[in-house]
Write a protein that binds this ligand. Structure first.
Ligand code: FES
Length: 409
């Protein structure tokens, strides 16, 4: 079997050079990297999500990062001042909520599980990009984006060695305040850690080549996983009532300033709901409502909590809540929906919640199928990702989008 030399060494052999160039001297004088650009290191699969504190001690830092993020909570010039104040004030209350759900968020456990299991499937169904190495990058909690990036470099990606990585958002529906914020953060750390790389002999710069799975609101596997969980929960209602249960899809809300800027999220959440209802043959009546509003500013409604109260007041007590914009359990399902909305409804026997996707094998297979189509598509990101919101004024958005859209895969 022919031995394939690292790219930087090939000119020496091919042209019989006896005197190496300055760059080659630098290359030869440097201890060999353990992994070269041709060593078959495979593909890094990076799950992006907001994350959550794994312990109550992490709540303060988590909230501080969250309220400092102008992509998520736009506070303008006062962000650096108001953000820490808000996070400090909310910390004791939120710590109690995390204590009530077992002392921390399960989002890290589920994200690491889903990514690792997806990579195992990918190794089998997509051998041309194997091995697939799982990474998780959270926006506000450990493992943070910067730590994930440093780990990738330590694992042999980048630093003159190239390699391919896929940023796979775990928000199925794109919002500039969620996926957009995570990508802006990823771009920021990429510029800091790899932005100064110079050209190598083969014309590349040896940095990591990124592509992005930026949205997948109506992917058939995602729709199937939601539908199966809904069908399973509907079986808990008496047969004669089952078709009349109102399905209340619930997604995290957005401030109206973000919606009116032209954020694509409301339309994409509606696309998921529409696809799931079609898969369920539109038997049950349904509504889409929005949860987790904070502060006095107007947010997208109707709110999930008031929708439940209003339907109960109208005599509709069979209500099935469906978290439709998150792929695992987190405080918004375990505390806000289970403890507050259902717990305080007075009808916990008829107001129920569908299981989150968590370890669903149907869902994990869907992640692998989606990733395989992306890996073999040669596409850096969706066409939609290249388009900024009509009201976007953020240079960070402009630069980050330009970077990801220009990647040559
Ligand atoms: Fe949507 Fe910048 S806010 S692209």
């Amino acid at each position: 079997m022919a031995l394939r030399l690292p790219a930087a060494m090939r000119p020496l052999r091919t042209f019989g050079l006896t005197k190496p160039s300055a760059h080659q001297v630098r290359w030869l004088a440097t201890p060999a990297h353990p992994v070269t650009r041709d060593s078959g290191r495979g593909t890094a699969m990076v799950f992006l999500n907001m994350g959550g504190p794994s312990t109550t001690d992490e709540v303060g830092d988590f909230l501080s990062r969250l309220f400092s993020d102008g992509d998520l909570i736009p506070l303008g010039r006062l962000q650096g001042y108001i953000g820490p104040l808000l996070s400090k004030r909310r910390t004791p209350k939120i710590q109690k909520q995390y204590a009530a759900i077992g002392g921390g968020s399960p989002i890290r456990k589920w994200s690491e599980h889903q990514c690792a299991e997806m990579c195992k499937i990918l190794d089998k169904i997509c051998p041309e990009t194997a091995p697939h190495k799982p990474y998780v990058a959270f926006r506000y909690a450990n493992p943070l984006t910067e730590d994930m990036y440093r780990q990738m470099l330590a694992d042999g990606f980048g630093n003159g060695r190239g390699g391919r990585a896929v940023a796979f958002t775990q928000y199925p529906q794109y919002s500039c305040s969620t996926t957009g914020s995570s990508l802006n953060e990823l771009w920021k750390w990429r510029q800091r850690l790899e932005g100064k790389a110079g050209p190598l002999d083969d014309g590349s710069d040896g940095t990591i080549k990124w592509s992005v799975i930026d949205r997948w609101p109506a992917h058939s596997g995602l729709v199937e996983a939601f539908a199966q969980n809904i069908e399973a929960k509907l079986l808990e209602y008496p047969a004669e009532k089952r078709d009349k249960v109102v399905l209340l899809f619930s997604a995290h809300s957005l401030p109206m300033t973000v919606v009116n800027r032209g954020d694509p999220y409301p339309a994409e959440v509606a696309a998921t709901v529409h696809a799931v209802m079609n898969r369920l043959k539109n038997v049950n009546p349904y509504r889409l409502c929005w949860q987790s509003q904070v502060g006095p500013q107007p947010w997208l409604g109707p709110q999930t909590s008031s929708s439940v109260e209003d339907y109960i007041a109208k005599g509709q007590k069979d209500l099935l809540l469906i978290p439709i914009a998150f792929t695992s359990d987190h405080i918004e399902t375990l505390y806000e929906l289970d403890e507050e909305v259902i717990g305080e409804s007075g009808h916990a026997d008829t107001v129920k919640r569908v299981e989150s996707l968590n370890g669903s094998p149907v869902f994990i297979q869907a992640l692998a199928d989606l990733a395989k189509s992306h890996l073999t598509s040669g596409i850096a990101c969706s066409t939609q990702m290249g388009l900024r919101c009509p009201g976007c004024k953020s240079e960070r958005c402009a630069e980050s989008k330009k970077f990801f859209a220009s990647q040559q895969i």
